[in-house]
Design a binder for this molecule. Sequence first.
Ligand code: ADP
Length: 896
Amino acid sequence: MKDIIEKERRIYNQWVANETLEDYALRYSPSKYRAWSSLLLANTALGGISFLALEAIGAVLLITYGFSNAFWAIILASIIIFIAGIPISYYCARYNIDIDLLTRSAGFGYVGSTITSLIYASFCFIFFALEAAIMAQALDLYFNLPLAWGYLLCSIIIIPIVFYGVTVINKIHLWTQPFWLILMLLPFYFVFSHEPEAVGYLIDFKGIVTNSNEFDIYYFGIATGISFSLIAQIGEQVDYLRLMPDKDKSNQFSWWFSLISAGPGWIVLGGFKQLLGAFLAALVIFTGLGIENAKEPVQMYLAAYNYVFTEPETALLVSTIFVIISQIKINVTNAYAGSLAWSNFFSRSTHSHPGRVVWMVFNIAIALLLMEFGVFEVLHKVLGFYSNVAVAWIFAVFADLAINKPLKLSPPIVEFKRAHLYDYNPVGFISMQIASVISILAFIGLFGDYAQAYSWLIAMLLSLVLSPFIAYVTKGKYYIARKNTHFRDSDQQVMCEVCDIHYAENDMAYCSFHDSPICSLCCTLESNCHDQCKPQESHVTRKKLTNAINWLFAGFLPENMAARIAHLFIILFYILSLVAVTFWFVGSGLGSTISSDLFIQKQYVLFSIISVLVCIGAWWLVLAHESRLLAENELSEHNKELIKEIADRKKIEGKLRLAKKEAEAANQAKGMFLANMSHELRTPMHGILSFSHLGLKNIDKENKEKNLKYFDRINISGKRLLILLNDLLDLSKLESGMMELGKEECDLAKVLEACLAEQESRIQEQKMLIKIDTLKNRLVFFDKVRIGQVITNLLSNAIKFTPSGKSIYISVNEETRNNVSSICFSIEDEGVGIPDEELEHVFDKFIQSSKTRSGAGGTGLGLAISQEIIHLHHGEIWAEHSPSGGSIFKFVLPIQ
Ligand code: ADP
């Protein structure tokens, strides 16, 4: 399968392949990219806390619920947000992943965190809209720029800054931070010195709703809930902290300092700014500017700057500059975090990723539309509603990191890759759903006033209890679907064989579909594998519901129908819940924009009509889904067949290639054989012809001695020819199976003695030393003529290929080979040796070793004949290297 998929390389567009733009969105960010100092990143992460919505929240809390409730609400919410932020910041900075990747790992599962990505992305664009609107108000106030144009301008200027990711954002925050700090704190010095009684006015401030400045447990609950809605900000903080450098001994202090100050510590600044906002709101009312102005950050700071500058124009200009700087700083973060959240959401739900930059523009475009529609009231309502879900989410993650991990209910590793995770882990996913649903029901007032005021507390406690409980009940089974057995926890680069780009081992998984390493993003985007690499645990709810429906209808339903109905119910549940929530929003929140009486009267009729339409749509969805699955299955079957066919063809191709190679080798061998043969035949033939010619010519002239010499030469050449012809004859007999063996009980040592005697004169001539170690009187059944032929050939080769004066070692002993007791003959020389790759081939017909081919003579038939003879005896023959550099030839014969 690999070969086929290999050709379809994934080619990312330039934006995705360029990590300066992409910022390792959706991935582990490797140390080579994290080159910024931890303090610089902390500065960037804290730069976003300039947002003036903080002051606005402080002002609203004070004006609505009075000083004590507002003050203690801000303090309590800040303390809890701080604590929740500690483990989340630590894990993101230590493992270099963003909040979404952490959520997957911390009990939600790979798909389970898609919903939190969506909620987080919504936070990002809602806050973007709210903050940009504050900036537009300032532009309107100073330049009289109509709000609609202001919204557009405030949105567009963010795009070029966030386009280049953290690289440019770092610079923006570095340059603006000192101005922003000075501009924020400067007016307070003047206010305190000119108007010391403003503090007393703040403390005595009575809320509109409470009509008192005293502490009230009910209103305190509501106020805390509002301040608590800021909890999701930790996601934006860690979007930067994930790029912190590795912690080591040299940077320990600054690492921890940056982590704590820019991670959980954001709320220290955040809480302080809410209190400042409360103070400024009191100041605005104190100076007689009215309640509506007291909620607007521009007016709040303008009131303060009026104490700094005597000229109202200058005060307005400086406060406008301050608002613009503050809001650009936060909206850069909102747009950046939104781009990551949308990338996370869409890459998993659609298996495509056009690039972080595209989602950044998308995020800003939605925010702009919301601003242009002027739906700020709805946005505030949605935020209040959402904050229950956000609290449930953040505390489910917190519980996993701070409770489940120390209790070993959750694995110590942080795993975010699709290949290794279950789609859903009930630990976080179910905890968050239960906590969200119950807290939302409380929030809309179903469980009474106090439960409504404290719905945030319900969400928080439920998540904190449910997460460890479900982890305990499920025994942590759904955290890891497949163990990572291929890659280490390291930044070593490995090539992803799908996109051909190198990523750190920490970002890689082994893909069984592609049969190769795959990077986490390619794995996310793979839509054809159907998660074949891991156990499937999806659609559990649908399966359970199908069983229940089958049971209810006791088998009356046609096959498949129960599954269809279950699927329909699930789709209906989600869509109708969404419709119901929208109705609730419209019914309760927009009384001023549409006639709520008319709406309440008709809402049931409207809901019924919409429900019917939703039912039709849902049924269509179920059937469309089914037919898509069918088509996909069919396609995959065809694919399988195709793949098999291609594999078969490749096999045949391989065989053909091998056969071609063999034919070429045979051809080459034939060529060599012909060359050798003609040489071997021609040399003795020449000898015979030339000496017989000489003899004939000079028969009367020459003396007897000379004639004898001619006959001797003719005789030698004739013998040489005879040996060659005998060899060829032997080989053809052996190959055609015509060779008959005359086996009898013989002693191999005796046969060896006879062969040595035959070669005595050559041994003497070459001054060779023969060392023999043989087993005597061991009788074995074999054909002594043929085995003698083998030994003579081996001995003659050893003499032929060993320089004079060297030694030859011969041994005969008994050994057990493959459980058969055998007699083993070995002959070792100190000659030229045989190269490794030729050790086997020298037994082939007409083959000579490359070391001896030139000039040594021979036909390359001796070893081939020897091998055939040994095989006929059911033995084995082979060649080895000798430690001296020469060769060892061995053969074994079974004793029985
Ligand atoms: P021949 O010796 O007639 O060429 P053989 O079949 O006996 O034919 O040997 C085949 C080849 O194996 C030789 O040509 C030589 O290249 C190689 N060979 C055989 N024995 C030895 C040895 N003892 N040392 C080095 N090469 C050897």
